[in-house]
Design a binder for this molecule. Structure first.
Ligand SMILES: [Mn+2]
Length: 214
């Protein structure tokens, strides 16, 4: 009975973060032990659609209010959202004791296929290969350059301390390939953040011979 209790996480890994600069103002709450619930305020609507998808596939609960100087363009807002979201996840992970740490996912969306490989290493970096198939997402009143998607994941990886390899293996529609990416990142992150059941009677391990993930 004692071991059973020990193997279960008895608290929620969660963090709240807020950051205001002269360009953007962003607040987020990220909860790892969540159900994929997303309460989001961000422009463009396409990014909201992607983060909602990401929350669902990662099972993270994400509350996010992000505003900024989008009359300049979307760059500051998208990059800063990646920074804040990554920092919040890093904080929510705490000591990283017991986490599975590394995971990958291949996710298609119709003709598009994306692979993400994640290692919660403490050394944040993102490597993206391939192209999204189109250079922009065109909505009613906005043009959203897809290069900002790489900026988002770069910023996220750096501040989350996550090694992230993204390979866009097939693409045609940018909507499809980007959505496949957010699903794949969510699926891989969910597994990497999960707590590995420890050997009976032992404490959850930090999966590093250094004894620390940093
Ligand atoms: Mn869609």
């Amino acid at each position: 009975m004692e071991t059973e209790t020990k193997n279960k996480l008895t608290y929620k890994r969660s963090a709240f973060l807020t950051r205001t600069t002269r360009e953007t103002s962003i607040s987020t709450t990220v909860t790892i032990e969540g159900t994929g619930k997303a309460i989001l305020s961000i422009m463009p609507e396409f990014m909201k659609h992607m983060l909602e998808t990401f929350a669902l596939w990662s099972s993270l609960d994400i509350e996010l209010a992000a505003a900024g100087d989008i009359t300049v363009d979307f760059h500051h807002l998208i990059e800063d959202t990646g920074i804040v979201f990554g920092q919040a996840l890093n904080e929510a992970l705490g000591s990283k004791q017991g986490i599975r740490r590394s995971a990958f996912a291949y996710i298609p969306m119709d003709e598009s296929l994306v692979r993400t490989v994640i290692d919660i290493s403490g050394r944040g970096c993102c490597f993206l290969s391939g192209t999204f198939g189109e250079s922009a997402i065109y909505a009613e009143a906005t043009t959203f350059p897809v290069s900002l998607i790489e900026d988002f994941w770069q910023a996220f990886a750096r501040s989350a301390g996550v090694t992230l390899h993204i390979d866009i293996l097939k693409s045609r529609s940018a909507h499809h390939s980007i959505e496949a990416l957010f699903k794949a990142a969510g699926r891989a992150l969910k597994e990497a953040c999960a707590i590995e059941p420890p050997q009976s009677g032992t404490d959850p391990q930090i999966l590093s011979v250094k004894g620390v993930i940093a």
